[in-house]
Design a protein around this ligand. Structure first.
Ligand code: BDR
Ligand code: CA
Length: 317
């Protein structure tokens, strides 16, 4: 059983990730915290509540967190990918949750859930890393209760929102740098390079839609998102980035990792938000005399069909 907390900005692929956790009997979902990102905080929070309602999870506490990055204001949103409401303008198809947000903020909820947990917990940040940087800065004692942080973010060879940067990292580079380069918590980074290789096709989406009411609704939520990815991929299908990271969080080792030092470009130039992975190897690093310090596990490969099957079988149940 994996005790797990999701930090999220739903977002279509976030919806798939939350659905995956809810439909996994081996997950103990302790809480969900929300952050600005794909759309504004009020909408990401509303969407998180509704996705949980779809799975009958009135019991999972939800708390809203940061509505902007740590240091620099950042008005960009991803409505052109996820729709005006973050769920392809289909969020009204989802039920309302009777239980609203907890009477506390995201960082306080994260700290309390970690403190109360009898065993270390896996945190799965699938949006900008603002809440997680704040947690680690304000509650250093919480580190000991974190089993792993499994992050969807970054790109090793490419970006998506700019040539160099992936959306989650670019949305708050200073927060991402704190979490990826300055902390000492076991961390897995699931970057764009691999999530794109796990893209799902029309047949996969049809199978999910045919699996039952929840599967049908999840596929409905992809309308705008699927159109964006079908155009960029050049074929009908979509990329469920956050669900790939969630799959690794639930089933450690599903993705193959390599260990790199990863830094984040925080300058205000064309590479802002870029994840810079040092892939020279330990010997070359040592000989160069320049050591980038802390290392994280970066997901670089997987049995791609096994990942797609893992997602489909759980989301269909
Ligand atoms: C990431 O950015 C968001 O748009 C998605 O939800 C995902 O977390 C992919 O770059
Ligand atoms: Ca996301």
């Amino acid at each position: 059983m994996t005790a797990l907390i999701i930090d999220t900005d739903p977002g279509v692929d976030d919806a798939f990730a939350i659905a995956l956790a809810c439909s996994s009997p081996d997950v103990d979902l302790l809480g969900v915290t929300t952050v600005f990102g794909n759309v504004g905080l009020a909408m990401t929070t509303r969407n998180a509540l509704r996705i949980l309602a779809l799975y009958g999870r009135e019991d999972v506490p939800v708390a809203a967190g940061a509505d902007r990055p740590l240091v620099y204001p950042h008005p960009h949103r991803a409505r052109y990918v996820h729709g005006e409401d973050g769920l392809s303008d289909r969020s009204n198809l989802l039920p309302e949750r009777a239980t609203g947000v907890a009477g506390t903020d995201a960082v306080s909820l994260l700290a309390r859930l970690l403190e109360e947990a009898p065993e270390p917990v896996t945190i799965v940040p699938i949006g900008p890393l603002t809440n997680i940087a704040l947690l680690l800065a304000a509650h250093p004692g919480a580190r000991g209760k974190i089993e792993r942080i499994v992050i969807m973010g970054g790109g090793i060879e490419r970006g998506n929102v700019t040539a160099a940067a992936e959306f989650n990292i670019w949305s708050d580079p200073e927060a991402a740098r704190r979490v990826l380069a300055e902390e000492d918590v076991p961390t897995v980074l699931v970057p764009l390079d691999l999530t794109h290789r796990c893209a799902v096709d029309a047949a996969w989406l049809d199978s999910l839609a045919g699996s039952g009411e929840r599967g049908r609704l999840l596929v409905e939520l992809t309308a705008t998102y699927r159109e964006f990815y079908s155009r960029t991929l050049g074929r009908d299908g979509t990329v469920v980035h956050d669900a790939v990271a969630m799959a690794e969080a639930i089933s450690p080792g599903l993705l193959a990792t390599e260990t790199y030092a990863v830094d984040v470009e925080c300058a205000h130039g064309p590479a802002r938000g870029m994840t810079v992975a040092d892939r020279r190897g330990a010997v070359a690093r040592e000989l160069s005399g320049v050591d980038d310090g802390r290392e994280v596990a970066v997901a670089v490969d997987a049995d791609l069909d096994a990942v797609r099957e893992f997602l489909l079988s759980r989301l269909s149940s």
